[in-house]
Ligand binder design. Sequence first.
Ligand SMILES: NC(=S)c1ccno1
Length: 242
Amino acid sequence: MRIDVVTIFPGYLAPLRESLLGRAADAGLIEVALHDLRSWTHDVHQTVDDAPYGGGPGMVMRPQVWGEALDAVIASDSRPPRLVVPAPAGRSFTQATARAYATEQRLVFACGRYEGIDQRVVDHYSRQFPVDEVSIGDYVLVGGEAAVLVIVEAVARLLPGVLGNPRSAAEDSFSDGLLEGPAYTRPEVWRGQAVPEVLRSGNHGAIARWRRDRALERTAKRRPDLLAALPEDRLDAADQAF
Ligand SMILES: NC(=S)c1ccno1
């Protein structure tokens, strides 16, 4: 997968070259290219924003600069892109979105700042490629860069070969529509708290049932919306207690 990020703060995306993502890049599983939006300005001040039509606080990012930048970046690789624009007004980015993005050949991220990017940029490219305005949560950040770090990590970890144990991605929270239950490791007793006996029993059927019950219990308490959204056929008879 090829990932392009257009931003006025390329340094903010440096963590993409660290740790798991760095190793994935070194292994050729992902290819990350960062692009400084200001490279496509033509004035001495490298202006990327202007006052909003209709008045109001803040500034809006100029369509001319974004158009030149995205034209150049998209043309720099032959793989068809999905353009992703992180924004508070976007559709929710979920594990399902991450799974869908993990099937893409190329993601191009446009990091807005200030009050966002002139809407005509999204409208223009939507006529050529899939364009998603996505939000990682119901809060406002200073720009899209932090959201790109979150989205790229959630997507890249799903790519074959990126995680050491592929079962991790298959069994973590949201993979089956539920939150993950509690996890334990040695020692058996820590500060007077013992690991649940069933986990030390070696009875794999009982362990699976216990884990399922704890996941259902946690989901019912913390995210009843997820439980309500589960298709009927995803809950078996033993699950009906939740
Ligand atoms: N909630 C998101 S993705 C965002 C982007 C910029 N500000 O908030």
